[in-house]
Design a protein around this ligand. Structure first.
Ligand code: SF4
Length: 157
């Protein structure tokens, strides 16, 4: 049964660096029950992709991972505290680094942190429509690139 919506609040999507404006519709208990594009948002102007508008399904999914799990010999998992997980990683990583050097360890980042790190390391010029995600959204690239680059490609800036 659909919950009656008693309040709507502006928010924004945190999945990628476009940070599209969203409206969260709340039920009587204050829980969000629907996300929809915010037409009044000054940048996204009503744009939001399916990842953003469907994110409540991720947030409320019963199998959502909310704490560290450690694989056991039998293939199962045991819940750890964050402190225990960090201590375990530190204990395992140090000998690897000492024996094989820093290139033995890699990091994986997803959006938006990965692009923010690239931005800090290399600056504006690496970004374009083909390097930002969603790839064809000119609004984002017009925000993060120098205006003259956007103009030279005929993009709205
Ligand atoms: S493009 Fe999609 S995933 Fe990225 S911020 Fe907008 S709604 Fe979220």
């Amino acid at each position: 049964m659909t919950q009656p919506i008693v309040q709507s609040r502006p928010t924004f999507c945190r999945i990628c660096e476009a940070a599209c404006g969203l409206i969260a519709d709340l039920d009587v208990s204050g829980q969000p029950v629907r996300l929809r594009p915010d037409r009044q948002h000054p940048v996204s102007q009503g744009f939001a992709c399916a990842k953003g508008t469907r994110f409540l399904e991720v947030a409320t999914h019963p199998e959502r991972l909310l704490w560290p799990l450690q694989r056991q010999a039998d293939g199962g998992y045991t819940r750890l505290t964050w402190a225990a997980a960090m201590a375990f990683l530190a204990q395992r990583l140090r000998p690897i680094l000492e024996r094989h050097g820093p290139h033995a360890v890699g990091l994986y980042f997803g959006n938006p942190l990965a692009l923010l790190i690239l931005l800090l390391l290399f600056g504006w010029p690496i970004f374009s429509e083909s390097t930002t995600k969603p790839t064809s959204d000119p609004r984002l690239s017009s925000l993060i690139r120098p205006k003259k680059c956007s103009s030279s490609l005929g993009l709205k800036s």
